[in-house]
Design a protein around this ligand. Structure first.
Ligand code: MG
Length: 262
């Protein structure tokens, strides 16, 4: 199955059924359960489920969540592009899955969505060239780099973005990892309560995926399952309890999450 993933588009999921967590490959609305993690070559067990009968989890459980700031000119406005990829960490604890609630911390005042294309690493990488970095991308998924703007850049901003971009549930991921797609020009749309609020092609990334992965690997060893959030386009807005935010990437899928207060 892992070999097949390199040659054609396959959708991989991680799911829960009852108390059990398992991996699967998705064909239409049918889930073909795998013997284990698709990143480790999990193969079909023969067991099938209907998609509606399983709860989708974030498709990978990353050891590291790398992200990039300032990677679309439409988000920067008149600010010049950064001289190097402006990488940062989100804590793994912020990851949540499709349909999980984004929970606004009690004293937050300005929590924004950031719809983003996310690359999933499939091979260990250190000091990689761009070609090696490109070859190490296992697949692509959707992400939301949820951000509290006051903690990120307001008068009382923190030194690091540990809570601004790392509070619990601030990293929705999914719904599945898609392999074998050209991710260099996919239309990314974010909808807030059904209305399109971000819309741009990933062709507009200032630093493309191989460049940001190669740069990161100069300093940090990347491992299978690590994810790279690739930056958000355009402008973003504050979310409120009761909202539903969806990140929709052409050829990948839709990551939808409700928003609620703590
Ligand atoms: Mg972002």
């Amino acid at each position: 199955m892992a070999l097949q993933a390199q040659t054609g588009a396959t959708k991989y999921i991680r799911f829960q059924k009852g108390t059990r967590v398992a991996y699967g490959a998705l064909v239409g609305d049918d889930v073909s359960e795998l013997t284990g993690d698709f990143l480790k070559g999990g193969k079909p067990t023969g067991t099938k489920h209907k998609l509606k009968d399983v709860k989708l989890l974030a498709p990978v459980a990353p050891g590291k969540v790398i992200a990039i700031a300032r990677n679309y000119q439409s988000h920067l406005g008149k600010i010049p592009p950064p001289p190097r990829p402006e990488m940062f960490y989100k804590p793994v604890a912020c990851i949540c899955g499709p349909d999980d609630a984004i929970v606004l911390p009690k004293d937050s005042t300005e929590v924004h969505y950031e719809g983003e294309l996310v690359a999933v690493i499939g091979k260990k990488l250190k000091n990689a060239t761009k070609a090696q970095a490109a070859a190490a991308v296992f697949g692509i998924t959707c992400g939301n780099d949820v951000s509290e703007r006051q903690w990120q850049g307001g008068p009382d901003k923190d030194i690091q973005w540990w809570r601004a971009k790392g509070s619990d549930t601030f990293g929705p991921l999914g719904p599945w990892v898609v392999t074998g797609v050209d991710y260099s020009k996919l239309m990314l749309r974010t909808r807030l309560n059904g209305k399109v609020v971000q819309e741009q092609s990933t062709a507009e990334l200032i630093y493309d995926i191989p460049t940001m992965i190669a740069f990161t690997s100069k300093y940090v060893t990347l491992e299978p399952g690590d994810v790279v959030y690739t930056g958000t386009p355009g402008t973003t807005k504050k979310m409120a309890p009761g909202d539903v935010v969806e990140v929709d990437i052409e050829g990948i899928g839709v990551l939808g999450n409700p928003v609620k207060g703590e």
